[in-house]
Write a protein that binds this ligand. Structure first.
Ligand code: PLP
Length: 227
């Protein structure tokens, strides 16, 4: 079932890429495996996925330590500074940097394990719905500046979540805002490549607007069971 979901999803992604002049290999499909068991994760891995996203620090640590293979782990949830220690060893990418304080802590912990940590800034592009993410442009530039001056951080991208709404124009605007912000940062000297945007309900729009990292759970694993 999971392998069929992945096959169908990959076909959809390819179709959208083709329609929009996007190159499939420019897009990374991250399977959002929060709440899913190791057994389920292995099924997705055996079906060809290597990128997995988790939104709880200890859950990422526990899963990444209990499973072997060629995995790329992504931390995509809100991260408190005191929990950086749980994700620093296994996270290939941390998508949710939303303060200088957090960036500073990630830099320190990365140094302590001798790694350069790939990070993305989480941006609140909707200003209403989601609580997390930077929204003030001055703050965004200062945080980006801090990351690029930090020896053990590699600022690779921007991440956003669109609000839950049926209004596709609102969702599209969020993604356009993120793309424009990336262009603005790059015009002032940054070299940001990744746009982490697009989930089960809006990945088509995200691809159209330039996403390079899709974070998809439900379309791969089915509805989540939080019990
Ligand atoms: C849960 C989650 C996703 C995936 O959501 P789906 O709708 O199941 O695809 C993506 N990004 C973040 C940050 C999440 O927490």
């Amino acid at each position: 079932m999971i392998s069929e979901n992945i096959k169908r999803l990959n076909e959809k992604i390819e179709e959208i890429c083709l329609k929009n002049g996007r190159i499939r290999s420019d897009l990374r499909l991250i399977a959002v495996s929060k709440t899913q068991t190791l057994d389920i994760i292995k099924q997705a891995y055996n079906a060809g996925l290597k990128d997995f996203g988790e939104n709880k620090a200890q859950e990422l640590r526990d899963k990444s330590e209990s499973i072997t293979g060629d995995f790329f782990w992504h931390f995509i949830g809100h991260l408190q500074s005191n929990k950086v220690k749980y994700v620093i060893k296994s996270a290939e990418f941390i998508h949710s940097v939303d303060s200088i304080k957090l960036a500073d802590e990630i830099n320190k912990k990365a140094e302590s394990v001798s790694k350069i940590q790939n990070v993305l800034l989480e941006i609140n592009t909707s200003s209403e719905a989601s609580k997390f993410g930077l929204r003030n442009e001055k703050e965004i530039f200062e945080t980006a500046q801090f990351c690029s001056q930090s020896k053990n951080l590699n600022l690779v991208g921007l991440m956003t979540m669109a609000p839950f709404t049926d209004d596709k124009s609102i969702i599209r605007n969020c993604f356009i805002n993120l793309r424009k912000l990336k262009e603005k940062l790059n015009n002032s000297g940054f070299a940001i490549k990744e746009l982490s945007m697009g989930m089960t309900n809006d990945y088509d729009i995200a691809i159209e607007e330039g996403s390079t990292m899709l974070r998809i759970g439900t379309a791969i694993f089915g509805e989540r069971d939080y019990n």
